[in-house]
Design a protein around this ligand. Structure first.
Ligand code: ATP
Ligand code: MG
Length: 658
């Protein structure tokens, strides 16, 4: 077995051999002879002459060995016995969709074997085909976390159509923007989703998005769950259950369209934390190979095991690790509709015990929600199956990582990546050689990525402990974005404009320690320049998080006449009674200052510290520092469409008004 460094080195120095080998994890209709075409940099084309289909690789090829194994376990804590009793239309809708459900006290479940999955995806593909969807056509999917959403994605893949899943929680305006950019022939939705026991209507939002958009899809295909009796209807609507009946009657089967490796599989928009979202275009062959390889080397999973990513299918983690990677690898994937604390804070742990989940994948936000709960919820269940808890999406602070490690008998693995990369760029490699974990660090460059931290001014590689821009030497490895949808120029200007266009810029700021571990210090937009000292917001936040009363913190730079910029901090507390008097706040403020000075020195000491009840976050759980900063500087907070709770910013506005 190779060690980490040898494995990485080989992946960079002998790309053809390394990725040629990984390509054997996939079934090719036509095996590729050329691994990489990099004749038109920075555009990399992987496995150029290969032909394959993602639906075949995720489903059909497993049928011989695992037809009766669960492909999908769907679990909803939003739909339960009480709701079924209250709304008979919901049970009727399950029946109409051919869904056999299991009703337990706190939830409703659906077990879907690979055989059934194959059948349902064939029906869905048949329905789409009858609506005129053909290879290369776009299909926008705006759906809650239900099994039909996965059927829809895999049906698109089967036909060679390009899906664009939009997080079902975005406002009409966000959806309209993406409709105009992707120009879909069909839009797939549901009548409604549910969140925290409340019905969230989807269909009426879709109607208003279609109205706002300049481009009009030909059909809106609706999976009616019987949740919203007042669902509006339009003349372009098509009812999925009705069309499916016809497919069932004909026992419709749709052959996989053999696609070129470099054909697009999907478009997915970035979270929009730093501005207008970019439409990341993914290929088919490179993505399949990268994901399959990651299940061996990074996620250390075996076919037949159960994988659970608590993300949403609308995010990149959902695309890669709820849907494609576990299915490519012949695993069972858990699809969860619900909150981590409903019906009680033991729901995640109960589910892990019940299904013997071996790998859990979540976000630091998710972990911090559970950290606020009594650890007794974890002791209640047998969690011995759980080997790994992976986290990505934002910095995993050391206290949260340690808390997880103290309470779980599983390795806590932070990995760093982006919508653009599709799979981890920095990580530990449990499947190759698991280095000692260092909490606060997402590990080291993953095989395939030729990573260098560069001085922002000169582009020269940084020394250990010297902060700089995290860059990748092109070609980007398989699985990464091929381009920005319909906009090659934006691909170059967004990612290859630094240092003469020679490197891919992550737009994140990082540092490497003497032992080779990487640390993400924040986005380049978030770097603060205090009297010539460059400070990452992340470093200061991490220091403040060391205070036992602080739950979460956002640090932003505020313009200052004397120093250029000064850091100011907004904290939420574990116990709000600690901020209920001016005296208490003043005492706490002193302690926070002391914590920062102790860890980072006086330059990093925030000019102001505020205590607040909530911090503004994107729908994907990321702190919206650009808006906090704008408010702190008395500017317009900008595009707030990705904000989760619009009131969170109002709290900060109030503080700033004094
Ligand atoms: P946009 O690019 O539209 O502004 P976004 O960058 O928030 O939105 P994503 O692709 O969802 O959209 O997020 C990727 C970013 O999340 C990374 O560039 C990094 O800033 C942050 N991130 C992801 N994983 C980690 C991690 N493990 N540690 C620290 N930061 C992380
Ligand atoms: Mg980004």
């Amino acid at each position: 077995m190779m060690n980490y460094a040898e494995f990485h080195q080989r992946s960079i120095e002998d790309k053809a051999a390394f990725w040629g080998e990984q390509a054997r994890l996939i079934d090719w209709h036509k095996a590729p002879e050329q691994v990489l075409d990099f004749s038109n940099p920075p555009f990399a084309r992987w496995f150029v002459d290969g032909e394959l289909n993602l639906s075949h690789n995720c489903i059909d090829r497993h049928l011989a060995e695992r037809a009766e194994q669960n492909a999908i376990v769907w679990l909803s804590t939003e739909i339960n016995r009480a709701l079924l009793a209250e709304k008979p239309a919901v049970q009727a809708a399950f029946d109409d969709l051919g869904a056999r459900i299991i009703v337990e006290d706190g939830c409703v479940k659906r077990h879907i074997s690979y055989r059934e999955f194959h059948q349902e995806v064939n029906y869905f593909a048949d329905v789409l085909q009858r609506l005129g969807v053909d290879r290369g056509d776009r299909v926008v999917i705006y759906m809650p976390m239900i099994a039909e959403a996965l059927f829809a994605m895999l049906a698109c893949a089967r036909l060679g159509a390009i899906h664009s899943v939009v997080f079902g929680g975005f406002a009409a305006h966000n959806l309209a923007m993406r409709i105009d950019d992707a120009q879909p022939k069909v839009l797939i939705t549901a009548d409604a989703g549910m969140r925290g026991g409340k019905v969230v209507p989807y269909k009426h939002l879709v109607d208003s998005a279609v109205e706002q958009a300049e481009f009009k899809p030909e059909h809106v295909l609706v999976v009616n769950r019987g949740l919203d009796a007042a669902m509006p209807q339009q003349n372009w609507d098509v009812d999925y259950a009705t069309m499916r009946h016809n497919s069932v009657d004909r026992q419709a089967s749709v052959p996989c369209a053999w696609m070129k490796s470099t054909d697009p599989s999907y478009i997915l928009y970035t979270s929009g934390t730093t501005g207008k979202p970019k439409g990341v275009q993914r290929d088919i062959g490179g993505y399949a190979v990268a994901l399959a390889a990651s299940m061996n080397h990074i996620y250390d999973c075996r076919p037949g095991e159960v994988f659970w990513s608590t993300s949403d299918i609308g995010w990149v983690v959902g695309h890669s690790y709820i849907v494609y990677a576990p299915l490519l690898h012949g695993m069972t994937t858990i699809v969860y509709e619900g909150l981590p604390t409903n019906p009680d804070p033991g729901i995640w742990w109960r589910t892990i015990a019940e299904y013997r989940v071996t790998a859990l994948f979540s976000s630091p936000t998710g972990a911090r929600i559970l950290k606020k709960q009594d650890p007794a919820w974890m002791d209640k269940y047998d969690l011995s199956s759980l080997q790994y808890f992976f986290l990505a999406g934002e910095p995993l602070d050391e206290p949260t990582a340690s808390w997880l490690a103290d309470n779980l008998d599983a390795a806590i693995v932070d990995n760093y990546w982006q919508t653009e990369t599709g799979w981890p760029l920095l990580s530990y490699l449990p499947g190759v050689d698991l280095k000692p974990l260092r909490y606060g660090s997402p590990g080291m460059p993953v095989y395939g990525y030729d990573v260098t931290i560069r001085n922002e001014a000169t582009g020269a590689p940084c020394q250990p402990n010297e902060k700089g821009l995290l860059t990748v030497q092109p070609p980007l490895p398989p699985g990464c974005l091929a381009t920005v949808w319909g906009d090659d120029k934006r691909f170059i200007s967004s990612y290859f404009s630094e240092f003469d266009g020679s490197y891919y810029s992550t737009s994140d700021w990082a540092v490497q320690d003497e032992d080779g571990y990487y640390f993400i210090l924040g986005r380049t937009d978030d770097v603060i320049n205090v009297a010539g000292h460059r400070l990452g917001t992340r470093e200061i936040e991490e220091a403040i998080c060391g205070h036992p009363l602080v739950a979460e913190v956002a640090v932003v730079g505020k313009a200052d006449e004397l120093k250029g910029q000064v850091p100011i901090a907004f904290c939420t507390l574990k116990d709000n009674s600690a901020m209920d008097s001016a005296d208490k706040r003043a005492a706490l403020e002193k302690e926070v200052f002391a914590e920062v000075v102790k860890q980072l020195g006086a330059v990093a000491r925030p000019a102001e510290v505020y205590f607040t009840l909530t911090l503004p976050k994107t729908r994907s759980g990321k702190l919206l520092r650009r808006s906090i900063q704008a408010v702190a500087e008395g500017r317009d907070p900008g595009d707030l469409s990705t904000l989760d709770d619009p009131n969170a910013l109002a709290g900060i506005q109030e503080i700033m008004r004094g």
